[in-house]
Design a binder for this molecule. Structure first.
Ligand code: GUN
Length: 310
């Protein structure tokens, strides 16, 4: 079998970021301000620190104002919620993100629910999660939106296709399954208690793996020609690896995302885009909050997208 085609998230995210940078410049000229993203980080988890730094850098690169609050792991509940309240009230801030996991997992639901749903660029607020469930417009979670755009850009057909999502988190698995369903795929959600996971995965024409286990998925779990999207980011003694055994699976799959350079950069690009679209809505440039996927479909046609990735 030939090698799978690479779903190159790093290159596609660069194209999206270039479009955002251009839009931010146009927004500054039109209304005299740029979009703003506020990030809250609690504790010193090394992975979270890297993610937050990457988000801040990405904001600066496209001209989005980046505001952050960092707290020690023993922050009081009232201090944390006061920071969220201040960002809710700050007119410079269009998007708010509380980096997860919190050192106090029992605060997470309340913290997310206390974010203004109109600034919830992660799409984790129950109101936005419910909107996705009901199929009405709202903020879309960044990783699932990035996955959908990667697949769409590569021309992977979804209508009527068998899709399997491995993982049932609120951040990735569940919203990814709902988005695939919205695109008319026939969706199965598998998880740690699924019997004969490889057999379930072999049904998939589109396989999204967000389980958090290094090399969980081998070539025996792949239908020949399938599109395989690996959301895993596992730190191992061999370095950063995904949930999919890339070397083996790329011999069988039709398309595959690398780790790193696949889904990760798309998540950040979608966060920037959600922030831009929130700002366009808050400033009245758009009458309603627009979907990032619709926005990209229109920009893609307008730009012709013939330039090389940045
Ligand atoms: N932790 C891991 N991924 C994410 C994400 O997309 N958003 C937030 N807020 N926390 C995360």
């Amino acid at each position: 079998m030939a090698q799978a085609q690479l779903l190159d998230g790093a290159a596609l995210a660069c194209q999206v970021r270039r479009q955002i940078r251009q839009q931010v410049t146009e927004m500054q000229a039109a209304v005299g301000r740029t979009p703003g993203l506020a990030v809250i980080l609690v504790g010193d988890d090394p992975a979270s620190q890297i993610y937050v730094r990457n988000k801040e850098k990405a904001c600066t690169q496209v001209g989005i104002l980046s505001l952050s609050r960092r707290f020690p792991a023993d922050v009081s509940r009232s201090e944390l919620f006061e920071a969220i309240r201040q960002f809710n009230d700050d007119p410079r801030v269009d998007g708010i993100l509380v980096q997860l996991p919190l050192p106090q997992p029992e605060w997470e639901m309340d913290a997310i629910a206390s974010i203004d749903p109109g600034k919830d660029v992660d799409g984790f607020h129950p109101l936005n999660a419910g909107r996705l469930l009901e199929g009405v417009p709202g903020f879309l979670s960044c990783t699932p939106a990035g996955i959908l755009y990667l697949l769409r850009h590569a021309g992977v057909e979804l209508v009527g296709r068998r899709a399997v999502v491995v993982g049932r988190s609120n951040i990735v698995g569940k919203p990814a399954a709902l988005l695939l369903l919205r695109e008319h795929a026939t969706v199965t959600v598998a998880h740690s208690r699924t019997r004969d996971l490889a057999a379930v995965c072999r049904e998939a024409e589109v396989l999204v793996v967000a389980a958090g286990h290094a090399h969980l998925i081998g070539a025996d779990a792949i239908r020949p020609g399938a599109a395989v999207v690996d959301v895993g980011m596992n730190r191992t003694p061999e370095g950063l690896v995904g949930d999919v055994d890339f070397a083996a699976v790329s011999q069988v799959a039709g398309w595959i995302t690398p780790v790193p350079g696949g889904v990760g950069p798309m998540t950040i690009a979608m966060l920037l885009l959600n922030t831009l679209l929130a700002a366009r809505w808050h400033t009245g440039l758009d009458a309603e909050l627009r979907s990032p996927l619709e926005f990209l479909a229109e920009r893609g046609r307008e730009d012709g997208d013939s330039r090389p990735p940045c």
